[in-house]
Design a binder for this molecule. Structure first.
Ligand code: PMP
Length: 288
């Protein structure tokens, strides 16, 4: 039997239902997190909980549990679902209220949901790399909030998929921002470059782990905006996310990067990233 967390209670997943007037359902009025599980343990959980609270705060939703309570409930959910490798999906919305653009007044409790999804590491893609397309970034100007409103991201990802690609690299004019569900990195003159964490991108937790690994291992990093021209001339390109880890990009809009072979800095970072997973979650059986 599978279980889900609904407003502080762990119940049978098939029983976890929300009302048609939940504001998450009607407006996407809420925020979410995806947390990676290796060996039954949560990777970078403190960072995910912090970002969850920060996203909620930034749209005026007050999560009715402390981070410690959330942590304990998620741990219980993992144990009940016997999840070894996969993800936890968690979201909070502004709650249930008669449909109105204005925030509800009075005591409307946020709706908090979490459940687990089984899923192995994408080892084949991590080894051989993935293809991407370029697309104009059509999203709003608060991409730093991990909002349930993902239409811009969905349209970009769908377009990529229809062109046989894994990811859409978004740009605002000549400036590269981020992927539809990932952060984007280039290597230039041996230096790792990725967009600074401002309102135009999500401050990826995997991105921050990678930046720290670079600093600790004497790999030069620059957090700054880079251009489409720099992307085109890059020595290496890769993306990062909770589920895709450190993923080589080997082709963009049909043009191969490094003749379609993942680069040395990308490979080194994959190795360091696996060590970081093992530090937090125990030994990995299969590695890149
Ligand atoms: N940017 C966007 C738009 C995303 O959806 C994601 C995936 N959550 C990321 C970046 C990467 O963030 P993280 O490393 O925290 O998964």
């Amino acid at each position: 039997m599978e279980f889900a967390l609904l407003n502080g209670e762990i119940i049978e997943r098939s029983e976890a239902k929300v009302d048609v007037e939940d504001r998450g359902y009607q407006f996407g009025d809420g925020v979410y997190e995806v947390i990676r599980i290796y060996n039954g343990k949560m990777f970078t959980i403190d960072e995910h909980l912090k970002r969850f609270v920060k996203s909620a705060d930034s749209i005026g939703i007050s999560i009715p549990f402390t981070s410690l309570q959330l942590l304990e409930m998620l741990e219980e959910l993992l144990i009940k679902n016997k999840l070894e490798t996969g993800n936890i999906y968690m979201q909070v919305t502004r709650g249930i209220s008669p449909r109105n653009h204005l925030f509800p007044t009075g005591n409307v409790e946020p709706t908090l949901v979490a459940y687990t999804i089984k899923g192995v590491r994408p080892l084949d893609s991590l080894k051989s790399g993935v293809k991407a397309i370029l697309t104009e970034d059509l999203r709003w100007l608060r991409c730093d909030i991990k909002s349930l409103n993902l239409l811009g991201n969905l349209l970009a990802k769908q377009k990529a998929s229809e062109e046989g690609c894994f990811e859409a690299i978004q740009h605002r004019g000549q400036d590269v921002t981020e992927g539809s569900s990932s952060n984007i990195f280039i290597v230039k003159d041996g230096s790792v470059i990725t967009h600074e964490s401002n309102n135009l991108i999500l401050k990826g937790i995997t991105k921050d782990v990678i930046l720290e690994l670079c600093t600790k291992n004497n790999i030069q990093v620059q957090e700054r905006t880079f251009s489409l021209a720099e992307l085109e001339e890059a020595e290496e390109v890769f993306l990062s996310s909770t589920t895709a880890e450190v993923m080589p990009i080997i082709e963009i809009d049909g043009k191969k990067i490094r003749a379609g072979v993942p680069g040395p800095i990308n490979k080194k970072l994959q190795e360091l990233f696996e060590k970081e997973i093992e530090k937090q979650c125990g030994l990995l059986v299969d590695k890149v």
